[in-house]
Design a protein around this ligand. Structure first.
Ligand code: GLN
Length: 297
C-alpha cells in the first residue's frame, strides 16, 4: 500500500512525463476526486495509507489524463460562475472566458423584471443556467442541435434546481419546430438572445491543443470556413425573436470583434459594443435591437 504523498508524486510524474500543462494541479484534483480528501486534510495526513482500490482508480485516471482526455471529462464536473456543472464528451467544457459573456448579460438585465432569455447553441446550458441562478425571476429557453448536449443541459438544470424556469429544445438554430410553430408569444419575444456559438474557422481547428481538438465535440467548435457562419446566420434571423429594445450578445474569438460588430450593425442593431475578457482580449460583442420609437429613424 502507498501513502497519499507517494501516490500523489506518482500521479505528478505520470502527468509531467506526458507533458500535461498543469500536471501538478491536475494530479492533485484527481486525487481529491478519487479519495474525497481536501487539501487541508492532505497536509495533515499525507503519510497515511491509501486504500488499494482507490490507488488503482487514481492511477487509471492519471493514465487517461496523460492521453490528454480533459480533466473535466474524467471528473464529469466543471466549475463555471461558481456553480458545478455536469459535463461529458457530448458538450464543450465551459470556459472561464465565457464568464465574461455571462457578466455582461447580468449587467444588462439587472434592472429588468422577469427577463426571458434565449440561449442559442446552449451545450451544457452553462450560460443560461448561471444567469437563471443569479436572477431568480428570470426564465428562458436553451436550443441546441445536439440531443445529447440537451440531455446534459437538462441534467444541469435539475442539479442547479432551476428546471422550473427553463426549457430546452432541439433545433438547428431557428429551424426547429419550437421556433417555426410559433404558437405562443413566449416563443417570439425574448429580452435577450445570448450565444457562444462554434466560432473556430475550420482550418484552424487542427492547430488547437489535443484536449480541445480531440475531446470537445467537433460541432461545438466548427464555425465553418471563416468562423463567422453562426454570427451571420443567427444575426440575420434573430430580429423577429427579440423584443424591441432587446439585446443580442455573443462570445467571440479574440480577432472577431470588428467582423461581428459589422454584421450586427448592418442588421440594424444599435449600441454595438465589444467587451474584453480578463486577459484583455476582445471576447464579447453586444448590441440592442432598436426600441419601437427608434425603429423608423
Ligand atoms: N454555450 C455552451 C458554452 O458556452 C456551448 C458552446 C458551444 O457548444 N459552442 O459552453
Amino acid at each position: 500500500m502507498k501513502t497519499f504523498e507517494s501516490l500523489f508524486r506518482e500521479g505528478c510524474l505520470i502527468l509531467e512525463t506526458a507533458g500535461i500543462e498543469e500536471a501538478r494541479l491536475d494530479a492533485w484534483l484527481l486525487l481529491e476526486y478519487v479519495t474525497g480528501k481536501n487539501r487541508a486534510w492532505y497536509f495533515a495526513h499525507s503519510d497515511e495509507l491509501v486504500q488499494e482500490e482507490e490507488a488503482g482508480q487514481y492511477k487509471e485516471l492519471c493514465r487517461k489524463r496523460s492521453c490528454h482526455i480533459p480533466l473535466q471529462h474524467l471528473t464529469q464536473n466543471a466549475c463555471f460562475m461558481g456553480y458545478d456543472f455536469y459535463v461529458d464528451e457530448n458538450v464543450l467544457v465551459p470556459r472561464q472566458d465565457t464568464e465574461t459573456l455571462v457578466e455582461e448579460a447580468l449587467k444588462l438585465l439587472k434592472d429588468q423584471q422577469e427577463p426571458y432569455i434565449l440561449d442559442m447553441c446552449t451545450g451544457s446550458g452553462c450560460i443560461l443556467l448561471s444567469i437563471l441562478k443569479e436572477l431568480p425571476d428570470a426564465g428562458g429557453v436553451g436550443a441546441d442541435l445536439s440531443e445529447a448536449a440537451l440531455k446534459v443541459a437538462e441534467k444541469n438544470a435539475e442539479r442547479l434546481q432551476v428546471q422550473d424556469r427553463v426549457f430546452f429544445t432541439h433545433s438547428d438554430l431557428f429551424s426547429g419546430e419550437y421556433f417555426t410553430q410559433n404558437s405562443s408569444k413566449k416563443q417570439t419575444e425574448y429580452d435577450m438572445l445570448i450565444s457562444n456559438p462554434p466560432y473556430i474557422a475550420t482550418e484552424e481547428i487542427q492547430k488547437l491543443m489535443e484536449e480541445v481538438r480531440l475531446h470537445d465535440p467537433y460541432i461545438a467548435l466548427d464555425g465553418k470556413e471563416d468562423g463567422l457562419y453562426f454570427y451571420r446566420s443567427i444575426t440575420a434571423q434573430c430580429s423577429r425573436y427579440l423584443k424591441p429594445g432587446g439585446w443580442l450578445l455573443y462570445e467571440i474569438g479574440y480577432d472577431q470583434g470588428t467582423s461581428v460588430s459589422d454584421i450586427m450593425k448592418k442588421a440594424g442593431f444599435v449600441h454595438v459594443n465589444v467587451k474584453k475578457d480578463l486577459a484583455g482580449l476582445d471576447r464579447v460583442v453586444l448590441g440592442q435591437k432598436k426600441k419601437r420609437e427608434e425603429q423608423n429613424v
